[in-house]
Design a protein around this ligand. Structure first.
Ligand code: GDP
Ligand code: IMO
Ligand code: MG
Length: 428
């Protein structure tokens, strides 16, 4: 029985939340393995719309066991606010388990995120300002605070002191901000202890036992391949491992237990924040895509940058993640176009390049080589089988499939939970 990984192919917001939700009633466990409340997943169930940031989207399915893995950075205020909001809407999240080894985002991480961005000026990353980068930096620097530290007040105080030692110099002398008092942080963190205690577990053990029993475990990635700290468009990336390898390290499950790697890819491309984006549109077609696709950030409300589908990116993501199945989302948004441009390769310094250039400088000025596919005018949102799609939409999907070299197993034709065409079952 499978361990199924869900990863974003592009720069995020491909519809991962909806894909996880789609698997919901056949999922026993759903694990968030990377990132924190920088993610924004919108899931539409009937007339209700749910926006989740820190919690995995699979939490919306009754009976599922949600897990926050060790690879996640947790803002406790956000955790409890999201849990309360779900509770108020009748969603039972009482089974949530949080890894004792997950790291905590504190007030000083949020402050540092904002001031460092300001100091970067025009070189800014365009982060979500949630403290993600500074929290992961502390983890790697071995001055992070872990969930388990909250249960030993003495240790917690020592660790916060250690972390603030350098940071207060930085805040005061470099960034001209006020110093942060150790007690202020310790008191804040301790205020969550009693609510947190029942949730904390050795989640790696729970997940391995679940897989041994044959349970279906979905590993829900935040962000995406091109935002991955190793494989993305560094430094314009997030600070975690958003690719399939992160599902293993970020949850404590061996890589050989990940049976299916499902890449979620939008029928066009979007990006939030700075960094290269070859197919980006700055014209009225871009405006059209943004408003039709409602491309505004779930987390920060920022308008997303938009552009055409980029086939070399999907090929790259397929290699990096070992993708076995693609879920192509938002095909319905392209309805109405006379022709649909797709980037099939790039031109770099006058040469045709088939794959993402190894040098980021080349990628920054890569010019997309576009091929044009016939569009369709029919509303496709009620299509539930591949044959229900107009011939031009079928041809577009088959062309993307051929270019990526991986089967497109599911096609999204609308925001609603059931607005999908399933060509190959993701759980068998
Ligand atoms: P995530 O970050 O990858 O989970 O994606 P987001 O939730 O940030 O953005 C995807 C948006 O597209 C959400 O508002 C979804 O409800 C919506 N969505 C997902 N799949 C489809 C689809 O096939 N068609 C349409 N029209 N909307 C979709
Ligand atoms: P989901 O899970 C889109 C982007 C930010 C910024 C960069 C670094 O909804 O797909 P960070 O706050 O992580 O240090 O910001 O990464 N970013 C996202 N863009 N979707 C996301 O998540 C993102 N999470 C981070 O805009 O460019
Ligand atoms: Mg999102």
């Amino acid at each position: 029985m499978p361990g199924i990984v869900i990863v974003g192919v592009q720069w995020g917001d491909e519809g991962k939340g909806k894909a996880t939700d789609l698997l919901g009633d056949r999922t026993d466990w759903v694990v968030k393995f990377n990132g924190g409340n920088n993610a924004g997943h919108t899931v539409v169930i009937g007339d209700e719309k749910y926006a989740l940031h820190l919690l995995p989207s699979g939490i919306l399915s009754p009976g599922v066991n949600p897990v926050i893995g060790n690879g996640v950075v947790v803002d406790l205020e956000v955790l409890f606010a999201e849990l309360e909001a779900l509770h108020a809407r009748g969603v039972d999240a009482s089974r949530l388990r949080v890894s004792a080894n997950a790291h905590i985002i504190t007030q000083y991480h949020r402050t540092l995120d904002k001031v460092t961005e300001r100091f970067l000026g025009k070189r800014m990353i365009g982060t979500t300002g949630r403290g993600i980068g500074p929290a992961y930096a502390d983890k790697i620097n071995r001055v992070g605070i872990r969930v388990q530290d909250l249960f030993d007040e003495n240790i917690l105080r020592q660790k916060v002191e250690g972390a603030l030692d350098q940071k207060n110099h930085l805040l005061l002398k470099v960034y001209n901000r006020r110093a942060i008092a150790v007690e202020e942080i310790v008191d804040d963190l301790l205020s969550y202890v009693e609510r947190l205690r029942p949730m904390v577990a050795d989640t790696g053990l729970l997940l391995n036992q679940a897989l041994d029993r044959g349970d279906v475990v979905v590993f829900e990635g935040g962000q995406a391949t091109m935002l991955d700290v190793d494989h993305g468009t560094y430094p314009f990336v997030t600070s975690s491992s958003a690719t399939a390898g992160g599902a293993s390290t970020g949850s404590g499950v061996g890589p050989n237990r990940l049976d299916r790697i499902v890449g979620i890819v939008k029928a066009y491309t979007t990006r939030v924040g700075s960094g290269p984006f070859p197919t980006e549109l700055h014209d009225e077609q871009g405006e059209w895509l943004r408003s039709r696709g409602f491309e505004f950030g779930t987390t920060t409300g920022r308008p997303r940058r938009v552009g055409w589908y980029d086939a070399p990116i999907t090929r790259y993501a397929t290699r990096i993640n070992g993708i076995t199945d693609l879920v192509l989302t938002k095909l319905d948004i392209l309805t109405g176009l006379d022709e649909i441009p797709v980037c099939v390769a790039y031109e770099v310094d006058g040469e045709r390049v088939e794959e993402i250039p190894v040098s980021q400088s080349d990628f920054h000025h890569a010019i997309p080589i576009l091929e044009y596919f016939p569009g369709w005018k029919e509303d496709i949102s009620a299509a539930r089988t591949f044959d229900d799609l107009p011939a031009a939409a079928q041809d577009y999907v088959l062309a993307l499939e051929a270019m990526s070299g991986t089967r497109i197993s599911v096609i999204g034709v609308g925001a609603a939970r059931d607005a999908v065409i399933v060509r190959t079952d993701l759980v068998d």
